[in-house]
Design a protein around this ligand. Structure first.
Ligand SMILES: [Zn+2]
Ligand SMILES: [Zn+2]
Length: 583
């Protein structure tokens, strides 16, 4: 089979001298959608592929963002020389500014990707730590020991790349996020011919490929077919004010919405910080064409009739602070919805965002607006290759080894299955997870050492929150907390309780029944402390432990709940354990 021939070809080329090994380390994005980050470790230097963030899942209460674990990168900071940004999505560049706090980087990408990344980095004041290397389609550049070639791919943000690393161990090809759109809005096709040439001439030793849509059969729809559908929709909504929400980085979608608006005699206004920024950037770069005559600032639309207006807004994922969410709650300072509005969600919820999107849609409907989304209308096309497109890519790349990346575990498993279906032998396909690594050597591909790959939580100004915080919030969110406050008086060898213990609680029990239960709890605590004092227990730590155990047992038996138990002992001596506990 093809794979066999390829490996033979490879081995016949192999020089007598041993080539240096190449290690690939997976830091994020394998097992979740988001925080994509991998590293190529070659001749003592490290090149990163993407440094993305993830939006929190439903059970991560209060968390703003989730980052890849930078522990291993920080330990090897002097070896990290740069980062390839495959494209400008947040799950690929969004965590860069956090890494730049620790490690200065050369950031390599297309001009648009660099523009989007630069905006993000600037927002967090990290520009001085970054240098930028802009590359064009099919460029091949050398940075340190890394010989890299950039192939155009189509995706839901323009100017994405698949990246080939020409290494002493042959080519490692990273697909980036891609689909095979044969009629993309800008005519820039996924360079199957170029990839095919390379695969034929050099062979691809290791292929890392986007798995997001591996479980979806068939081919994805072309972006331009969505444009036609949006066009038709605009025509049918004559007289109504139209508000379209989509990803701010989806420049081609914005273009198609703007085209439909202008063709129907409407003026376009953008709404939302990232939409304003990206539209400005893309117009400056000539990637987005909206004539000045048809673009207005949101603050200047008052004199325009509903029938002549189209607003393009952020918030298609139901993000609570976004322009669309604020419209749904009536808090948007620029726009108040009314019954003549038609809101189009030109998007599909990312896994985990479904309930927020539903909430926003409900809010919009309550305000009297008509709402149209991808469940009933063709207003969105995915940016990721579906199963048949992945097969086309595999048939062209014909890798010697394959590792599915970018997906939940089920997506990667299905992608692996798809590769073996196409003739790859199962022992040439590896499913890896965050924190694992592989080593490519003259003898083939083997597992390497693991590295830390915890979820790193960001909230407010804290950018490395202890995961215990999330665990505590889960308990607080489901069962509340109960606190017992005990005051002691210690005079020489005599120790006694001052007054009764106090029981305070939140989110546990309330009302008359609550008062009764708290009274019972108070007795339990008093007895436990009295007995402990009789037994000669004196330190705060000992007494806390005893109270926590006694109160916990009572609370659980009496209410069948497991709230957080917080004992507070005032006046007791600190025990010897203090120094140990305080790290
Ligand atoms: Zn992605
Ligand atoms: Zn993407």
């Amino acid at each position: 089979m093809a794979q066999q021939t390829k490996s033979k070809k490879q081995s016949s080329k192999k020089p007598a001298k041993k080539n240096s090994d190449v290690r690939v380390v997976f830091l994020g994005g394998l097992g979740e959608i988001g925080r994509n980050c991998a590293a190529i470790d070659l001749e003592g230097k490290i090149m990163l592929i993407d440094v993305g963030l993830m939006f929190p899942e439903d059970d991560m209460a209060g968390i703003d963002l989730v980052l890849p674990d930078f522990t291993w990168l920080k330990e090897n900071a002097d070896r990290v020389i740069g980062m390839v940004a495959t494209h400008g999505h947040e799950d690929h560049i969004g965590a860069l500014s956090f890494l730049l706090e620790h490690i200065p980087l050369q950031i390599i990408g297309s001009p648009l990707t660099i523009g989007l990344a630069r905006n993000r980095i600037e927002e967090r004041g990290m520009l001085k730590q970054a240098t930028f290397i802009e590359v064009s389609d099919n460029d091949r550049i050398q940075v340190g020991p890394f010989d890299m070639e950039f192939f155009p791919v189509t995706h839901s943000v323009p100017h994405g790349f698949a990246t080939a690393f020409h290494t002493p161990q042959g080519v490692i090809l990273h697909s980036g996020d891609f689909k095979l759109d044969m009629t993309p809005v800008d005519g820039r096709l996924t360079d199957l011919a170029g990839i095919g040439h390379m695969a034929k001439d050099d062979g691809v030793r290791l292929f890392l490929c986007d798995s997001t849509n591996a479980t979806n059969q068939g081919f994805s729809e072309s972006e331009t077919s969505i444009g036609q559908s949006i066009h038709d929709l605009f025509r049918s909504k004559e007289g109504q004010r139209i508000i379209v929400a989509c990803f701010a980085s989806h420049i081609h979608r914005v273009q198609q919405v703007a085209d439909a608006a202008i063709a129907n005699g409407r003026i376009v206004a953008t709404l939302g910080r990232s939409m304003n920024k990206n539209v400005h950037l893309a117009r400056q770069m000539g990637l987005l064409k909206i004539p000045d005559t048809h673009l207005r600032k949101i603050e200047d639309i008052e004199d325009i009739d509903d029938a002549n207006l189209c607003i393009i807004s952020t918030g298609s994922q139901g993000e609570p602070m976004s322009a669309l969410a604020r419209m749904a709650t009536g808090d948007n300072r620029w726009l108040t919805l009314h019954e003549n509005d038609c809101v189009i969600l030109s998007s599909h919820p990312i896994p985990g965002n479904e309930s927020s999107v539903t909430r926003v849609i409900d809010g919009l409907l309550r305000k009297g607006a008509e709402v149209i989304d991808s469940s009933t209308h063709r207003v969105h096309a995915t940016g990721h290759a579906k199963a048949e497109e992945l097969k086309v890519m595999h048939s062209i790349v014909q890798p010697e080894w394959f590792i599915p990346v970018h997906g939940e575990y089920r997506h990667m498993t299905e992608h692996a299955h798809l590769a073996t279906q196409m003739g790859m032998s199962a022992d040439r396909v590896l499913i890896c997870q965050d924190g694992q690594s592989v080593v490519l050597s003259d003898d083939g591909l083997r597992r390497g050492d693991d590295v830390p790959a915890e979820y790193i939580f960001v909230q407010g100004k804290l950018d490395d929150m202890d995961p215990t915080v999330i665990t505590e919030r889960r308990v607080l969110g489901t069962d509340g907390f109960v606190s017992a406050i005990i005051s002691l008086s210690i005079v020489g060898p005599n120790v006694e309780m001052l007054g009764e213990p106090e029981i305070a609680s939140r989110g546990w029990v309330h009302g008359d029944e609550g008062d009764q239960i708290r009274k019972e709890a108070m007795h339990i605590v008093r007895t436990a402390v009295e007995n402990a004092l009789k037994d000669g227990k004196r330190t705060r730590q000992e007494l806390e432990r005893i109270v926590r155990r006694a109160l916990g047992r009572f609370v659980n038996q009496r209410t069948r709940l497991r709230p957080m138990i917080v004992p507070v002992i005032l006046g007791a001596h600190e025990g010897a354990e203090k120094s140990k506990k305080k790290r």
